[in-house]
Design a protein around this ligand. Structure first.
Ligand code: PMP
Length: 348
């Protein structure tokens, strides 16, 4: 009898169960132990695979989606890629409304994954009919039999991380995690993971501090502190996928102990530092999250026995024309005399 071939049925079976990797070179002088949850190990190279799969399968169970249905979403790129990937395997059409701030690499990738992409202006208000929210809503209304994932206001976004990311981290750290540091965009990752971890910690009589990472130019930190939306906090910034110009319904602010703001420049440099010290080629927001850890360390947040888990949401390959381009860094005024790898010109 032929032996069973050891293979996955399709790429979707590889979603989740991402590794936890020690970050000890970059944090050499910091007290405490630091671990990155490297979400680039998902087949779509980001944490968004988890929510795409979770939300689409929930809609299938409810009978909302049938073969040939259209899935619509607003996305900075990663969620779109994940939805496109899940749509291919499951036989759905995928329409994505993205911000013009998204890198060309990301937009090209979405098209390569069979999605129809609408590029919408980044610096208009959420209510503007040209914003990617409004464009997605309109397309949903106009496309019969479509569903709108609406990750910023979908409870299932939180639920995906409550069901998977949280339990994985609890199991990987054997319940010894003391701090979770995670970027907040929709807030799904931090809220769902925090909910699970805080519940488990309560049961075992321990405590976990959950720190959200926000951008200068975003309203999240101020809203967390005051309960009010302050339009003065909103201005353009470079980091994609982190912070917001509105209050996302998928963020449970009660589950976040505090927010730390990071700059575009320091986050970019820290992402490059992760690559050349730890050998992990991570995205811009991974740099932002690690930058937040540096700032927390500077104010004496960590103790010798602390176990700090930081989420690295995606892969560096998505930012080749941005933070990993010296030219782009220079154009932003970010480049100092930092040395990364060198290019040698060979003369023939
Ligand atoms: N990093 C990147 C690169 C992202 O695309 C996102 C999602 N917008 C986040 C971090 C934040 O994750 P969440 O939406 O779950 O808060």
């Amino acid at each position: 009898m032929a032996q069973k071939i050891n293979a996955y049925n399709n790429i979707l079976e590889l979603i989740g169960n991402t590794p936890l990797v020690k970050i000890d070179k970059l944090t050499k002088s910091f007290p405490g132990n630091f671990f990155a949850k490297v979400e680039a190990f998902n087949p779509g190279h980001s944490s968004k695979d988890r929510i795409a799969m979770h939300i689409i399968e929930a809609a299938e169970r409810k009978g909302i989606l049938t073969e040939g249905s259209t899935i619509i979403e607003t996305t900075s790129g990663n969620t779109g890629f994940s939805i496109a990937m899940v749509s291919i395997i499951k036989g759905y059409d995928c329409i994505l409304a993205v911000s013009s701030k998204s890198s060309k690499d990301k937009i090209d990738m979405l098209r390569s994954m069979g999605a129809t992409v609408y590029v919408c202006p980044a610096h208009v208000s959420a209510e503007d009919p040209r914003s990617y929210y409004e464009v997605a809503k309109r397309l949903h209304e106009e496309t019969e039999g479509s569903i709108y994932i609406n990750q910023y206001f979908n409870e299932l976004n939180i639920d995906a991380h409550y069901a998977n990311t949280g339990p994985e981290i609890w199991e990987q750290t054997k319940g010894q995690i003391t701090h979770l540091v995670a970027c907040s965009g929709t807030g799904g990752t931090i809220s769902g993971t925090s909910k699970y971890l805080k519940e488990q910690a309560k049961k075992s009589g321990t405590k976990i501090k959950v720190i959200g990472v926000d951008a200068y130019g975003s309203v999240l930190k101020k809203y967390h502190e005051t309960g009010k939306f302050d339009a003065k906090e909103v201005y353009p910034y470079r980091i994609e996928g982190l912070g917001k110009n509105l209050i996302p319904g998928a963020t449970d602010f009660d589950l976040i102990d505090e927010f730390i703001k990071v700059t575009d420049s320091e986050s970019a440099h820290t992402a490059r530092e992760i690559a050349h010290t730890e050998g992990i080629f991570a995205g811009y927001t991974s740099g932002a999250a690690m930058q937040a850890i540096k700032q927390l360390n500077e104010r004496g947040e960590f103790g010798e026995d602390d176990n700090v888990v930081v989420i690295f949401p995606d892969h560096g390959s998505r930012y080749m024309s941005k933070i990993y381009s010296d030219q782009w860094m220079e154009n932003q005024g970010f480049l100092t005399n930092e040395s990364v790898g060198e290019t040698q010109e060979i003369q023939y």
